[in-house]
Design a protein around this ligand. Structure first.
Ligand code: LLX
Ligand code: CA
Ligand code: ZN
Length: 442
């Protein structure tokens, strides 16, 4: 297996075979240079025997990618480790210093700080916690650097996507928000960054960080109503300079492929038209799949991946991240399939042999079949909410320019202060034809 560190790579993409076809075999003329970040240590971290969170799932994805023989189609990197100062670009010094020192042996003497920083229950203290944090953040920040340098068109880090983490607080199994850190890196180069979140949960940590700026547009589709974290109503649209630049599609249980795609595509197409982002971060939480242990949506891999493919067709520098997902076998299936879709490679439905084959019985197939659960999202409900979001987008200033730099609001210290981008012309936008953006696959 060939791994290169971020710093070792100088000749961009010389040896890459690029995916240039969609999964249905139709041609997609634009060649993509794909980078994939994976730390072989990541699967060894353990939240505890009884915790439902399994970092191990990313190792299963990796094994499937190797067994399908598609790794050779992308540039693979073991992330170059960041250090604590890189995390302090968003998170508070107190919180980061706490994460650096806390371990299972001293946890009993740090109960007060555990309560303060919400670490200990859902987000437990385990051996190697800070190394784990650095590992997944390194992939996302390293990926953003690679996009900034123009060395890749799409970067994948399935270990990232921890969208609930706040400036000074862990939340929902998320300690440090790699997404916010990666977006801050992208903002050094790009004037407008779009964040899209298809995890079943609201992308609250990312939304909160950028709530008062129009340099980042956040768009989350999520279950809303009696569901963690409880935020993300359609009326939450941003504040001050950021008003209108947070979009939330609250959903009910049971949404299926056809319904999800029918709202995702028009919202994202309108976002692209009105906001014209220069870079995209896509959080692909797999807890929105049918059969997730903690979820209640009814998506198949095809519906989930159709959203990924729709975003891919816009040909913007894109960082693709993981997220939630508790039915390990389906999470692994999903991100394996989505890697293939991003590469434009077809993969057989019959799963190849790996050390984890037993997870996939009795059918041993890649695709999953949605259940017959009721879709509680009526057509009227979806139409009404879709039109509210389209109206919100229509009333935005079309493309925010450079007057938006002073996004820091003194009354909102949990949010980030933005610097000037280093380069880039905000008026240069690639056009994507409707046909390209609508490219579907079987
Ligand atoms: N939504 C989500 C996304 C990424 C991670 C964790 C979550 N949290 C949950 O799914 C959840 C579920 C039930 C209750 C509260 C939260 C995540 C990704 C990688 C590593 C760690 C966390
Ligand atoms: Ca979401
Ligand atoms: Zn989630």
């Amino acid at each position: 297996m060939l791994f290169r560190s971020r710093t070792m790579d100088t000749a961009a993409g010389e040896d890459i075979i690029n995916g240039n076809r969609l999964a249905d075999g139709s041609s997609d003329a634009q060649k993509r240079r794909i980078a994939y970040y994976y730390d072989p240590e990541i699967g060894n971290y353990n939240y505890g025997k009884h915790h439902c969170w399994k970092p191990h799932r990313v190792r299963i994805v990796h094994n499937l990618l190797v067994a399908y023989d598609i790794c050779k189609e992308m540039d693979m990197f073991k992330p170059t480790m960041i250090d604590y100062k890189d995390i302090m670009r968003f998170h508070s010094d107190d919180y980061v210093n706490f994460l650096r020192v806390i371990n299972p042996d001293n946890a009993a003497s740090m109960v007060k700080q555990q309560i303060q920083f919400n670490v200990g229950d859902d987000s437990p203290v385990f051996d190697g916690l800070f190394d784990y944090i650095c590992s997944y953040c390194s992939g996302s920040i390293g990926g953003a650097c690679r996009l900034n340098e123009g060395l890749s068109d799409i970067v994948i880090n399935w270990s990232g996507g921890l969208h609930h983490a706040k400036k000074s607080e862990a939340s929902g199994f998320c300690y440090v928000n790699d997404i916010v850190l990666a977006i801050l890196e992208l903002l050094k180069k790009y004037t407008r960054v779009l964040y899209i979140d298809i995890d079943i949960h609201h992308g609250d940590g990312v939304e909160e960080a950028f709530y008062t700026t129009n340099r980042v547009m956040t768009v989350s589709f999520h279950k809303f109503g009696d569901f963690f974290p409880g935020t993300g109503d359609i009326s939450d649209v941003g504040y001050g300079e950021g008003k209108g630049y947070s979009l939330n599609f609250p959903l009910r249980a049971g949404i299926d492929d056809a319904a999800f795609v029918s709202i995702f595509k028009p919202v994202i197409a309108k976002v692209m038209e009105r906001y014209q982002p220069e870079a995209i971060v896509l959080q692909c939480g797999a807890d929105s799949l049918s059969g997730d242990r903690l979820g209640c949506f009814n998506l198949s891999l095809k519906g989930h991946a159709e959203c990924v493919n729709f975003v891919r067709a816009f040909n913007k520098p894109t960082l693709v991240l993981g997220g939630g997902g508790y039915t390990v076998r389906n999470v692994s299936r999903c991100w394996t399939y989505e890697t293939a879709v991003i590469l434009g490679k077809e993969v057989k439905n019959e799963l190849p042999f790996t050390d984890y084959l037993e997870y996939f019985g009795p059918d041993y197939s890649l695709q999953i079949t949605p259940s017959n659960m009721e879709n509680m999202n009526t057509k009227n409900y979806l139409d009404e909410h879709l039109h509210m979001l389209l109206d919100q987008l229509q009333s935005l200033e079309a493309v925010p320019g450079l007057q938006i730099e002073s996004a820091f609001h003194p009354k909102t210290p949990d949010r980030v202060k933005l610097e000037q981008p280093e380069e880039g012309n905000p008026d240069e936008h690639e056009e994507v034809t409707k046909k390209e953006a609508e490219g579907e696959f079987a």
